[in-house]
Design a protein around this ligand. Sequence first.
Ligand code: NAD
Length: 484
Amino acid sequence: MASRVIPVDPFDLVIFGGTGDLARRKILPGLFRRFQAGQMPDGARIIGAARSELDRAGYQQMIEDAIGEFGGAEKNDAEGLSKFLETLDYTPIDAKGTAGWDTLSSMVRPDVVQAFYFSVAPSLFGDIAARLHSNNIANSKSRIVVEKPFGRDLESAKALNKSLADHFDESQVYRIDHYLGKETVQNLMAVRFGNVLFEPLWNNHYVDHIQITVAETVGVEGRGAYYDRSGAMRDMVQNHLMQLLCLIAMEPPGQFGADEVRDEKLKVIRALQTVEPHHIVRGQYDAGPDGGGYREDAENPKSFTESFIAMKCHINNWRWAGVPFYLRTGKRMKARASEIAVVFKDLGHSIFEGDEKRHRNILAIRLQPNEGMDLQVTIKEPGPGGMRLVDVPLDMTFAEALGDGEHDVSDAYERLIMDVIRGNQTLFMRGDEVEAAWAWTDPLINGWEARNDVPKVYDAGSSGPEDALMLLHRDGRKWREIKG
Ligand code: NAD
């Protein structure tokens, strides 16, 4: 299957923080892949703006090195790379001062799509938004892209939203949650709303429960101090897992439009029940053969921050009443594996004598590794010996099904950046969504802080603390195995 590249209009993309880790590791290598795919039109330009005193040639060299270090196979295309580097420009800038803004103003063209990517600390969002405005660089059609973390609680998220809303309309603001740019995450919507098979069963009559797992093998090394102020709830649940939950639980939107989809996601967040404290398990990884424990990595021997969290949530609406959603995410787990599993109810009655096993269908959508889905179905065990039943997976890896190497494998960042240029906000979080997510998260965090809750220790390389297993055992259920 040939890849289909939808052309975009000429643009100026300004990357504030263009010398930073995210820009060098993700944004620029991603843009290079889009360039190679023929998606960057003639006349498109990328302008780095950051604190470093570099000139254009210095920036081009930095990005060439970054693509050499972080790019994939595409970096071997020397001719393409040198053409791509020609699209780059740079200006030193001070987000909090006056230096560089006149130069930037003379660089950005008013008659092409303008996108400003704020790949800087959130504390600079307001300053940059204000200066883009006061220097007359942005106009009513410009787009701004902001990175996570979008606040650390409802109050700070509201303040950030306001600092952007003072100068830009909501239709100009693109809040990135890179999970939404993942191919498989968009497949959640395709599977649900593009097939007649699943949607009739997608409710509390047929679904027993849903599990969402995002497991990482890495610890917090390198960013321990940052992580220790945040923890798994703020770093993963409030944004990424919440987005997955919304896509799996939302009502069908009238059409696949930005506000239609986001309206439905917002309704899910607002319908989330407050989670009971005994339905939350927080954990911290212990030292293992591959490294130190969480407190060592975080350089905080008294830290109460969680590197793992599991919880049982309920959505208060007609479709999902009584159906638990079990979420878990953690670092230093046994495998790097993310999936959403829809576990259907047991067959009410079996006509097969002697068949006492609980057969149930499970639809598992794998985000990583081997992006794909499998549907557990029950069939007859082959061979003589009567009607013995066995559960087998109808397994599909998207890369195989679509012809590995031929379909468009753009990664989350490049897809999302191209959506910004196209002006499509569907896969970006709206301000009210982010605030609603914090409004749900805040009381849970405040609750465990007030109780001085101490996270349970779990072995590095395990599936998390024992209590997380008990969370499901108590309900007569069990977690799916975390498999890499
Ligand atoms: P970084 O520290 O590596 O880079 C920061 C960039 O901001 C540099 O280019 C620096 O020159 C610029 N900068 C700092 N102060 C400035 C000022 N006063 N004026 C102008 N420029 C200034 O940070 P990063 O890791 O690239 O992260 C950038 C943003 O992206 C942060 O909000 C971070 O939370 C978010 N983010 C990063 C990652 C990642 O993988 N690195 C992942 C998700 C989100």
